[in-house]
Design a protein around this ligand. Structure first.
Ligand code: SAM
Length: 213
């Protein structure tokens, strides 16, 4: 992701604190209260500019969505979409996913989406991959029993690594697709990266991985 410094980003986030939650630790264990319903909560880690999670929130008003993105200069694009559409079932957090357990209680979440996560191809950076075992342990903690990770990527190396990481961790793999756009999967909502890479003719890989606890 090419980053451009946006000096106005922090003000924009602060102005829309009903969507961009400024202090998410306050809501640990209370996200359903904040949404004002008991609907399931799905999070996307590495939301980027938000096309996927905004589309999902529009398509599924009975699900609560939380998009998590490290960079304020990127998440502002997602926030602009949420503000324009005034979506009641979508919140955004400008935080690092390594701290997820500070924001979510044990078994508070129903699903984790990972879309086009940074591949970190060098072995010395393996721990930064969002499908590394320490992240899988973090997701397991905040997910309800039997919760799932839904993962899409264009990167074959990261996909292969992740399938192994998921299965070594004991997750059950479902619906493994080596070419999502030529499969019978229905209702796919494309991310910004997915559009970019598929326009270049790259295949999109997808898997659902279920915790067996
Ligand atoms: N999911 C989007 C898409 O498919 O268009 C963006 C993909 S982009 C390659 C990966 C995004 O994940 C970047 O915006 C990056 O800042 C974010 N990211 C990477 N590591 C993260 C972390 N530890 N916590 C939160 N966001 C992270």
């Amino acid at each position: 992701m090419r980053l451009r410094h946006k000096p106005w980003a922090s003000d924009f986030l602060a102005e829309h604190s009903q969507y961009a939650i400024a202090n998410p630790t306050l809501y640990k264990g209370k996200w359903n209260e904040l949404f004002g319903n008991d609907n399931p909560i799905h999070i996307e880690v590495g939301t980027g500019k938000g096309q996927f999670i905004v589309g999902m929130a529009q398509q599924n008003p009975e699900i609560n969505y939380i998009g998590i993105e490290l960079f304020d200069s990127v998440i502002v694009a997602a926030l602009q979409k949420v503000v324009d559409l005034q979506l009641p079932n979508l919140k955004l957090l400008n935080v690092n996913a390594k701290d997820l357990a500070e924001f979510f209680d044990v078994e508070e979440i129903d699903r984790v989406y990972l879309n086009f996560s940074d591949p970190w191809p060098k072995t010395r950076h393996i721990k930064r991959r969002l499908t590394y075992k320490s992240f899988l342990a973090l997701y397991e903690k905040i997910l309800k029993k039997g919760g799932e990770i839904h993962f899409k990527t264009d990167n074959q190396g990261l996909f292969e690594y992740s399938l192994i990481s998921f299965s070594e961790y004991g997750l059950m793999l479902k619906y493994v697709s080596l070419d999502l756009h030529n499969s019978n999967f229905e209702g796919n909502i494309m991310t910004e990266y997915e559009e970019k890479f598929s326009e270049k003719g790259q295949r999109i890989y997808r898997v659902e991985a279920k915790y067996m606890n």
